[in-house]
Ligand binder design. Structure first.
Ligand code: NAI
Length: 339
C-alpha cells in the first residue's frame, strides 16, 4: 500500500526543487501518496495563515512530510513558519548528516559527521519583549525533560547507526544554568545508559575552531537549538555548501524531511537552485520508511537514487553552486538517466 506523505513545496526556490525531486522519485517508482499542502508565503498568498492548521493536520495524519524551505522576514513580520511547525508537532530532534560527496572537491576529504540539534527550546522560545524603549530581551529556555529527551535521542541514534562518539558543543561557562542543564543531561545519559559511546564536550567557540581545522575528528555533534542552527551551516561549508546537506526533524509522532538551506530568494525562479539537498532529504525519508515501516521497496529505491546522484556527481553533472552549469531540472534529468 502506498505511504501517505504530506508535501509542502514552500516558497522561494522551494517549488522548483520540489518539482525536480518529484521527477526523480516518480522515475524511481516509489510507492508514495502525496498530500500537497501549503505553508509560508505560499499559504499567505492563498489567503491562509502562514502555518495553516490544515497543513499541520495533514502532517499529523500522514506521520511524515517532505518540505521545501519557507521564508521568514528579518527583524519584523510573522514568526518563523519552520519554528512554528517544529513546535506544533514537537519535532524536537533535527538531524543533519554532513559528508563529502563524490566529485565535490573541498579543503577536506574526511568529513562524515551528523549534527543532532535540539529543535524546540533555547532562544527559539519566541519569548521576546521590549522592557522599556531601547531595552529588549529574549528568553533562552531549557527544560530538564527537553534536554534529557534530545540526549536520549542522540545516544540512541549513535547506537543504531554504529557511530563511535558524541561531542556536545556548549557555552556553559557563560550560560551556566541553561547550557549547564543541557550538558548535565547529556553527561547523565552517557554515564548511566551509554557508557560505551565515546563522549566529549567542547566550549562552542573552541569547538568551531577545531571543526574548521580538522572536521574528521568529529562524529556526532549534539547541540542546543541556536548553536545547532549556526554550526549546521558551518559544516555545510566544509563539504561544498548548502546545496548538498539534507535534514530531518523527528518527533515521537511525526517526521518532517527538509534540506538545511533556506528559500534562497537571490536565485529563486531562475532554475539555478541545486535540488540535491532536498533529494537527499527524500532519500532519508525513504530509508526511514524502510527502518520504521519495514518497507524494503522504499529503502531499495532510496539506495538506487543515492547511487544515481553519486554517479552523476562523479561524472561532473553539477549545478552552478558546485561549479557546474546544469539547471535544477537538468540535474534531476541527469540523476534520472542514471537510475
Ligand atoms: P539560504 O539558505 O536561503 O541561502 C544562503 C545562500 O545559499 C544564498 O546565496 C543561496 O542562493 C544559496 N543557496 C541556498 N540553497 C541553495 C541551493 N539549494 N542551491 C544553490 N544555492 C543555494 O539562506 P538565507 O538567504 O539566509 O535565507 C533566506 C530565507 O530562507 C530566509 O527567509 C530564512 O529565514 C529562510 N530559511 C528557511 C529555512 C527553512 O525553511 N528550513 C532554513 C533556513 C533559512
Amino acid at each position: 500500500m502506498a505511504h501517505p506523505v504530506a508535501l509542502i513545496p514552500g516558497d522561494g526556490i522551494g517549488p522548483e526543487i520540489t518539482e525536480a525531486v518529484l521527477a526523480v522519485l516518480n522515475a524511481a517508482e516509489v510507492d508514495l501518496e502525496w498530500h500537497r499542502c501549503q505553508a509560508g508565503l505560499a499559504a499567505l498568498e492563498a489567503g491562509d495563515p502562514v502555518m495553516p492548521e490544515e497543513t499541520l493536520e495533514t502532517i499529523r495524519r500522514c506521520g511524515i512530510a517532505l518540505k521545501g524551505p519557507c521564508t521568514t522576514p528579518v527583524g519584523e513580520g510573522f514568526a518563523s513558519v519552520n519554528v512554528q511547525l517544529r513546535k506544533a508537532l514537537s519535532l524536537y530532534a533535527a538531524v543533519r548528516p554532513v559528508r563529502n560527496l563524490p566529485g565535490v572537491t573541498t579543503r577536506f576529504d574526511n568529513v562524515d559527521l551528523v549534527i543532532v540539534r535540539e529543535n524546540t527550546e533555547g532562544l527559539y522560545s519566541g519569548i521576546e519583549n521590549e522592557v522599556v524603549p531601547g531595552l529588549v530581551t529574549r528568553m533562552k529556555v531549557a527544560t530538564e525533560a527537553g534536554c534529557e529527551r534530545i540526549a536520549h535521542w542522540a545516544f540512541r541514534y549513535a547506537t543504531r547507526r554504529q557511530r563511535r562518539k558524541i561531542t556536545v558543543f556548549h557555552k556553559a561557562n557563560i550560560m551556566k544554568m541553561t547550557d549547564g542543564l543541557f550538558l548535565r543531561a547529556a553527561e547523565h545519559v552517557h554515564k548511566h545508559e551509554y557508557p560505551n559511546i565515546e563522549y566529549e564536550i567542547a566550549i562552542i567557540d573552541a569547538g568551531c575552531m577545531r571543526l574548521v581545522q580538522d572536521p574528521g575528528q568529529f562524529d556526532i555533534l549534539l547541540l542546543e537549538n541556536l548553536y545547532g542552527d549556526v554550526v549546521s551551516d558551518l559544516c555545510a561549508g566544509l563539504v561544498g555548501g548548502l546545496g548538498i546537506v539534507p535534514g530531518a526533524n523527528f518527533g515521537d509522532d511525526a517526521a518532517v524531511f527538509e534540506a538545511l538551506h533556506g528559500s534562497a530568494p537571490d536565485i529563486a525562479g531562475q532554475g539555478l537552485a541545486n535540488p540535491l539537498a532536498l533529494l537527499m532529504s527524500a532519500v532519508m525519508m525513504l530509508n526511514y520508511l524502510g527502518e520504521e515501516c519495514d518497507d524494503d521497496e522504499s529503502a531499495a529505491a532510496g539506495a538506487r537514487i543515492r547511487d544515481a546522484y553519486d554517479r552523476a556527481l562523479r561524472e561532473g553533472m553539477k549545478t552552478r553552486d558546485l561549479g557546474g552549469e546544469l539547471s535544477t531540472a537538468d540535474f534531476a534529468e541527469a540523476v534520472i538517466a542514471r537510475l
